[in-house]
Design a protein around this ligand. Structure first.
Ligand SMILES: C[S@@+](CC[C@H](N)C(=O)[O-])C[C@H]1O[C@@H](n2cnc3c(N)ncnc32)[C@H](O)[C@@H]1O
Length: 398
């Protein structure tokens, strides 16, 4: 039987990195990590963890990193539309699952102003019990949803990326109907650029495949969906045919691979809205040099059009130097189709004393967009370097 993810029992190195990432992002790590993530959470145990060979340390770190990325997108919208979370009287995280975002929201909003909903009623019951937020169970058919309260912000991470065409349109209309006139609805989709290479888009602008990570949801209502911007534009136009709604799209705005659409309520103008995407990157290699120093190297990518990166190295929380760019990384480009800037290689050297085993090494990728991402490494005692971007890799000597 699967055990819940207890953050207090994971590899302490990853726990330390997760805590540092949260602190650097303005969160209280103890509160964020207090509740174990239930064993029933398919997103964590069936979608995320298998990517890291079941390693709960890496999985927990990636859970935190992904949650912060979600939050960074939502925060930018809330800052611009409402001047901050204090200006939001009610926020709904729809299709919230077991509420990774709720952990972050609880540090910005009183629980009474947070609403969560999912088709998994037990996930909502768990969040209501554990976090004290408001919740209501969702249903397969949007017309049957028993909820009429209006919300200033409705966030829908990775549900529309799984819906067939008729449900895509119907859920969009239903959820938009729950917005206050000045409200904002943000939802993510897979855009056509990541359609599997053996498939092609047809004139409908949507491809739906009836399979997903879920072991329990009917694949006819929850599969894998890829859409064109024209399809989404048409779905938005159908909500209010007589009065065009204001909306924006930010490609790669959520997750590594999802576009983020933001649609305004009847009285909301979103023409000035911007949502930057956090940089990404990670350590790949540590090489012990003959003079005793250690060279670290890896990759990074700026994902916001017009922005640029610098990369600051910290040892034990103290800034020590900047990483040096070492040229383009076309091998990584394939993972970021249509990125505004090419991925870069970087490297830096530390003395053996600076890179001592017990000292956490952090690379902060700081974008001129204002967003930051952090990657971590540590000198291994056994030759197994651990870092945030991928999985464990061996230390190279040379
Ligand atoms: C890919 S997960 C994303 C979960 C969460 N937003 C996150 O990013 O961690 C998709 C979620 O959509 C939920 N879902 C599927 N159909 C739904 C429906 N009709 N109404 C509400 N939630 C639904 C699933 O149960 C699942 O929790």
């Amino acid at each position: 039987m699967t055990e819940p993810l207890d953050f207090g029992r994971i590899d302490p190195i990853y726990r330390g990195w997760a805590e540092d990432y949260l602190r650097m992002s303005g969160f209280d790590p103890a509160a964020f990590l207090a509740a174990p993530q239930p064993a029933e959470d398919e997103m964590f145990f069936k979608a995320l963890l298998p990517n890291f060979k079941g390693d709960r340390g890496i999985g927990a770190f990636k859970f935190v990193e992904a949650t912060v990325r979600h939050y960074q997108a939502l925060d930018q919208i809330v800052q611009q539309a409402f001047g901050g979370f204090d200006g939001v009287s009610s926020l709904l995280d729809f299709a919230s699952g077991y509420g990774r975002l709720t952990r972050a929201l609880l540090q910005r909003l009183p629980a009474e102003r947070i609403w969560v909903s999912d088709i998994y009623a037990e996930a909502i019951d768990w969040q209501v019990r554990t976090f004290g937020v408001n919740g209501f169970a969702s249903v397969p058919d949007p017309a049957a949803l028993a909820h009429d309260r209006k919300h200033d912000v409705i966030f829908v991470g990775s549900l529309f990326s799984h819906l067939p065409a008729d449900l895509f349109r119907a859920w969009l209309r239903r959820l938009h109907g729950l917005l206050t006139p000045e409200g904002v609805l943000a939802f993510s989709v897979h855009d056509e650029s990541i359609l599997p290479s053996d498939q092609s888009m047809d004139g409908s602008g949507i491809r739906f495949f009836p399979w997903s990570e879920s072991g329990s949801l009917d694949p006819a209502i929850y599969g894998m969906t890829y859409v064109t911007e024209a399809f989404v534009a048409d779905a938005i136009a159908r909500i209010a045919p007589d009065r065009p709604l204001s909306w924006r799209v930010f490609h790669k705005g959520l997750y590594e691979n999802q576009a983020l659409y933001v649609v305004g309520g009847a009285d909301r103008d979103l023409s000035g809205l911007t949502v930057a995407s956090p940089p990404m990157g990670g350590f790949e290699r540590a090489t012990l040099l003959t003079d005793g120093s250690v060279e670290f190297s890896g990759w990074a990518i700026e994902r916001t059009p017009g922005a640029s990166l610098d990369m600051l190295v910290h040892v034990d929380g103290e800034p020590v130097l900047s990483a040096t760019p070492t040229g383009d990384r076309p091998d990584i480009q394939a993972t970021f189709p249509a990125s505004p800037a090419p991925p870069l290689g970087w490297s830096f050297r530390l003395s053996r004393a600076q890179a001592a085993e017990d000292k956490p090494i952090r690379l902060t990728m700081r974008s001129t967009s204002g967003l930051e991402t952090h990657a971590y490494a540590r000198m291994p005692s056994d030759p197994a370097l651990t870092y945030s971007g991928w999985s464990r890799r061996a230390l190279r000597r040379g």
